[in-house]
Every structure is written in structure tokens, then in C-alpha cells.
Design a protein around this ligand. Structure first.
Ligand SMILES: NC(=O)c1ccc[n+]([C@@H]2O[C@H](COP(=O)([O-])OP(=O)(O)OC[C@H]3O[C@@H](n4cnc5c(N)ncnc54)[C@H](O)[C@@H]3O)[C@@H](O)[C@H]2O)c1
Length: 293
């Protein structure tokens, strides 16, 4: 393991849990974020924008690896230009300064939205299932575009600085209780059920995301890599093939999906990181609304 990791976005949901996990494993952490509302276990806390070059350079002192999580994490949280410009400039700044400082490993929080279809306001569907890292893209929101652009910034950093960068395309990531509650709300909203088919009704329990990030810090790969993550089931208590018949009829199915099996191909994560998800949600069939039975 690296001895000292810079975590950006350490004031967020994933960042807070990651700081706890790293420090519990004896790794020193420098935490960078915009708003720390609670004390962290980090040895150093820096309140700054990740696009601030000087602050990032200072934060990198003594550090030997970086996890870059800082981002406006949803297109609805700010105007489009702000989402795109702040996210991509933060990523460029962190990767560029880390490369210049001689850091040789960076893990970046990407998104399952990077191919643009899930949040597209047009009536579009993925080209095929299972979703993989090679999906044809179709962007029309600034968040997805920023995550797509970040993957190219990672390629640039690998080429420019020789740094190894793993981008993890994350689906919805929350702790188990929050996911259960989110599912309860989802099951009452058929339009949202239909839309979420574009991301394969995917999710990931927080602990599994943290495990993949930690493995990304030590896995034996070089260059810029991208890996999708997801739990082994969908979020819904309905057979996957039934969901596809109902909401994605006509989309190519490249394999069979027995039971509630996931529509996300996580082969790259398994091969690169030796990672498989350990947690999945059991969903109470009684919660299934009439309309989706
Ligand atoms: N949680 C999910 O469901 C999910 C899914 C896909 C991708 N992601 C990505 O994972 C990362 C972490 O997500 P999260 O759920 O912890 O989100 P979060 O909103 O809880 O945390 C992100 C943190 O980054 C900080 N931040 C934003 N812009 C910043 C900047 N320019 N400089 C410094 N700090 C900044 C915010 O203050 C926030 O605390 C994000 O990049 C997000 O896009 C999350």
C-alpha cells in the first residue's frame, strides 16, 4: 500500500468512508475538500478547490498516491457550464500536478453515466446489454460529459507524466440503508424505473466501492484504465429479463440474464483488481408496485 494518500472530495459520501478505511489500515491521508462539516481521521485537512493549482501542489507534499473524488456529483446541482468546467478543471489540475510531482498511481471516480445515455433527456437506450466500457456514447448533460472528458484527461496524464490512472465507472453508490430507502421511493415511480433501465438498474453498496478504490491503489497495471463497477443484481425485485422486455425491448442482449442478475459487465474490474462485489440488496417482493408485477 502507499504510505500517504491524497483524497480529494474527502468531505463527501465516498470520500469520508475512504478516509476512514485508509487510516484504519495505517495509511496516512491528506484530505482535500470544499466543506468539511465533521472532523476527519486525516492527518492533514485542506479546504480548497481541487482546481486551485497551488493548493493541490501543497496538498501533494509527502504524498505517494492520489484518489480523486472531488466533483459536482449530479448535473442538477449547478448550471451546466459550472458542472462541466469545475469538474474537468479539477480533474486536469489534480492529475497534472500529481504527474508533475512524480506520483505514480491515481484512482479517479468516474461514472456509469460517462457514455451519456442514462441522463440524456432524449428518448434513447443503450446500444446493448450488458453495459461495458465500450458503449457508444450519446451525451446531452454536462455531468456525463465531464466524466467522459475526465477519462481522456486520464489518458493524457498517463502519456504526459507516465502516471498510472484507473478510472472507476461507478453506478449509484450508497450505504445499504440509503439504498434500501432509495429503492422504496423508486418502486413508487414508474417513469424513473423506466429511465434507470438505461443504467441497467445498477447500484453498488459503499463498502464494495471502497474496496475497489483501495485495490486500485495497488493493482498491477500500467497506463490509463477504465473499469465499470456494479453489484451482481439489479436494484429491483423483478427478473432482469422481464425488466428488459418491459423497458428495453429491442435492445440487443449479448447474453442471458437469469434471475435478478446485473446488466453491467464487471470483467475489467475483476481482471485488473481481482475485485468482485460482495454485497447485494435483497428486495422485498411485497414492495413491487402493481404496475411492474
Ligand atoms: N455516489 C454515487 O452514487 C456516485 C456515482 C457515480 C459517480 N460518483 C462520483 O464519485 C465521486 C464522489 O461522489 P460522492 O457520492 O462522494 O459525492 P459527494 O457529493 O458526497 O462528494 C463529492 C465532494 O466533492 C467536493 N467537491 C466538489 N467539487 C469540488 C472541487 N472542485 N474541489 C474540491 N472539492 C470538491 C464536494 O464538496 C463534495 O463534498 C464524485 O466524483 C462523483 O461524481 C458517485
Amino acid at each position: 500500500m502507499p504510505s500517504h494518500v491524497l483524497v480529494t472530495g474527502a468531505d463527501g459520501n465516498i470520500g469520508g468512508a475512504l478516509v476512514d478505511r485508509l487510516t484504519a489500515s495505517g495509511v496516512m491521508v491528506t484530505a482535500l475538500g470544499l466543506t468539511f462539516s465533521a472532523p476527519t481521521a486525516a492527518i492533514r485537512t485542506i479546504t480548497a478547490d481541487a482546481a486551485n493549482e497551488g493548493a493541490v501542489a501543497d496538498a501533494l507534499e509527502g504524498v505517494d498516491a492520489v484518489v480523486h473524488l472531488a466533483a459536482i456529483a449530479h448535473p442538477g446541482l449547478a448550471p451546466a457550464r459550472e458542472v462541466f468546467v469545475r469538474n474537468t478543471s479539477a480533474t486536469f489540475t489534480v492529475l497534472d500536478r500529481a504527474g508533475a510531482a512524480g506520483i505514480d498511481r491515481i484512482v479517479v471516480a468516474g461514472s456509469i453515466n460517462a457514455f451519456g445515455v442514462p441522463m440524456n433527456h432524449h428518448d434513447v437506450l443503450p446500444a446493448y446489454f450488458p453495459l461495458d466500457e465500450h458503449m457508444p456514447v450519446d451525451h446531452d448533460d454536462a455531468y456525463s460529459l465531464s466524466k467522459w472528458t475526465d477519462e481522456y484527461t486520464a489518458r493524457w496524464a498517463a502519456s504526459r507524466w507516465g502516471v498510472d490512472v484507473l478510472t472507476l465507472r461507478l453506478p449509484l453508490v450508497k450505504n445499504r440503508e440509503t439504498l434500501v430507502q432509495a429503492n422504496r421511493e423508486l418502486l413508487a415511480n414508474e417513469a424513473e424505473i423506466a429511465r434507470l433501465g438505461r443504467e441497467g438498474w445498477s447500484y453498488l453498496v459503499l463498502d464494495d466501492a471502497i474496496e475497489a478504490i483501495v485495490r486500485g491503489l495497488v493493482a498491477p497495471f500500467t497506463g490509463a484504465r477504465v473499469a465499470l463497477l456494479a453489484a451482481e443484481t439489479t436494484r429491483l425485485p423483478i427478473a432482469t429479463e422481464t425488466l428488459l422486455d418491459r423497458y428495453a425491448h429491442g435492445v440487443e442482449r449479448r447474453k442471458r440474464f437469469p434471475g435478478r442478475s446485473s446488466l453491467v459487465d464487471t470483467t475489467s474490474a475483476r481482471e485488473l483488481l481481482g475485485w468482485t462485489p460482495r454485497h447485494s440488496l435483497d428486495v422485498d417482493p411485497e414492495l413491487v408496485p402493481e404496475v411492474t408485477r
